[in-house]
Design a binder for this molecule. Sequence first.
Ligand SMILES: NC(=O)c1ccc[n+]([C@@H]2O[C@H](COP(=O)([O-])OP(=O)(O)OC[C@H]3O[C@@H](n4cnc5c(N)ncnc54)[C@H](O)[C@@H]3O)[C@@H](O)[C@H]2O)c1
Length: 319
Amino acid sequence: MNDTNTSILANRIAVIGCGHVGASVAYALLLGGFAREIVLLDADQNRAAGEAMDLQHAVPLARPVRVWAGDYREAARSHIAVIAAGVGSHPGETRLDLLGRNSVVITDCVRRLMAEGFAGLILMTTNPVDILAQVAQEVSGLPTGRVVGSGTVLDTARLRAMLGEALGMEARSIHAYIIGEHGDSEIAAWSAAHVAGVPLADFCARSACPVDFDDLLRRVRRAAPDIIERKGYTSYAIASCVVRICEAVLRDEHTVLPVSTMTRGEHGIEGVYLSLPCVVGREGVERVIELPLNQPEREGLHASAAVLSRTLKGLRAAP
Ligand SMILES: NC(=O)c1ccc[n+]([C@@H]2O[C@H](COP(=O)([O-])OP(=O)(O)OC[C@H]3O[C@@H](n4cnc5c(N)ncnc54)[C@H](O)[C@@H]3O)[C@@H](O)[C@H]2O)c1
């Protein structure tokens, strides 16, 4: 295949970092069937090559897709570059603890991508994802809408899964969002949550389903450490979130997803990446939706934004 010109290939996705998350993303993309090409990169080239070979052998059982271990020149022609490079949390570490190590990795990956003329969309998954999406946007100089963090798409899926279980309902019928930092300061926008237009609290009361909202939020925040304590990392749910975001972009869906994006005065917050419901299409984030929050939720969101601003300031001040 001729890969010498520099135009974007609409159905090519690059996955940079092929550890637990990146490899699962590539596998989920392969099964999803909407990407025509998946190029894998990792600092450990053998690892990328091994994952590519293993995935290639799954192709005859899925839909036609070209998967290979490639370089930044090839990655730069992709429509979406998923970044999953760096280190994950060890038991007892928070996502913010990873910042020092992962900001160096991310800066390197983004610089190399841009040096090859990348003009697509960056989808950050490496933690702390909000800060690193912001770092990637600054390093790349791409429009903010085209540098997106997976944000609280995962936490929101976890919340809906738990609510679905508690209410005995299919999770997709429950509309509820986790917003703010993808991390310990995230909040649940309970006052905007509903089932078929019925506010969630009323729905629970009417169906005599006692739901402990505080406990649910605690379980959502604890989900990653609880899984890491048991299997050492998380992979399948984040991979499904990444694939869902890629699908919304490649199919220009204008779907609402709580990805991490640059705030521009929403809820009185400015200049920091965090998650709010966003309309996502081919150009990335097209619009940010302000949820009707009550006062405690608004304060919680501001506190979450303040955690991110402080962390970002600390990173900028670091030698
Ligand atoms: N956003 C989310 O919701 C979410 C969920 C799960 C994990 N994560 C994060 O994803 C990241 C990856 O997690 P993992 O479990 O896959 O880790 P991992 O250690 O299994 O894989 C990381 C990979 O990155 C590669 N890498 C390191 N430096 C690189 C560089 N400069 N260029 C290219 N590749 C490089 C490593 O060789 C390794 O293969 C972590 O930061 C983790 O916290 C995010």
